[in-house]
Design a protein around this ligand. Sequence first.
Ligand SMILES: Nc1ncnc2c1ncn2[C@@H]1O[C@H](COP(=O)(O)OP(=O)(O)OP(=O)(O)O)[C@@H](O)[C@H]1O
Ligand SMILES: [Mg+2]
Length: 272
Amino acid sequence: MSDSRPAGPAAVELHSATIGYGDVAIVRDVDLTIGAGEAVAVLGSNGSGKTTLARGLLGLATVLGGDVRVLGAPVGGLRERGRVGYVPQRHTVSGAVPATVREVVGVGRLARLGLLRRLRPADRAAVADAVAEVGLADRLDDPVASLSGGQQRRVLVARALAAEPELLIMDEPTAGVDSASQESLATVLARISAAGTTLVVVTHETAPLAGVLRRAVVVDHGRVVHDGPLSQAAAHEEPGMHHHPPGREPGGYRQDQPTVTTRSRRPGDQEH
Ligand SMILES: Nc1ncnc2c1ncn2[C@@H]1O[C@H](COP(=O)(O)OP(=O)(O)OP(=O)(O)O)[C@@H](O)[C@H]1O
Ligand SMILES: [Mg+2]
């Protein structure tokens, strides 16, 4: 818990929250408050419920019990679009609709404006800036389908950045992203965190973002088993907690790892 939480509504507030799919509870009985401006890592082994927790904040998973509030409003009740940004874990951008990097990131900006508005020059500049911040300025007018898996992940990060959200929820933004890009992501996140954006980042790779994310929430079997400084979270991430699917590299779970781990997920590994 932060000891210097600003006044006003918390960015995220869960009371005895149970979140799942259909009527199946995955995340159970979680109490969690994230103050405005905090930068929090969500850690835990595969299948522990991190994504479900993140999706519960966005109304993409079902709140089955308890209370979940985001930026002071019940989930799904926020009237202003674009206040919450999201980088999903399992999606690359190559879809049915051909679109350029500029167009996909522009959609992020539209979320802030409302879909019936048009992008003005300042918005176009924000789009170009966001794309530059993820190192893809030279690909602005390329179809996203022509980008690599890691580059597409970075487009999704740019899409979220372009909206300039108050709360940015990122689900494994560094997965499959090379170490140079991880470092530039850390720089961007440090900047927006310093500007007051609340960050909730699900990750297996804390090393690149350790300078930005101060607090760690560790999820295990759908429950929060640790909540404290990121530097002390390692003890709660026992190697025995991890059960990786066969063929997948264990990735950079450990805090004591001296180097940045670069996982090379192929697009086929992105699980739809
Ligand atoms: N759409 C869904 N419908 C039903 N069950 C689901 C769905 N998505 C995930 N689950 C289940 O919820 C549990 C937690 O999954 P979740 O994706 O939240 O884990 P995670 O901690 O994000 O794992 P990872 O590190 O692999 O991303 C798993 O048992 C999974 O099978
Ligand atoms: Mg996940």
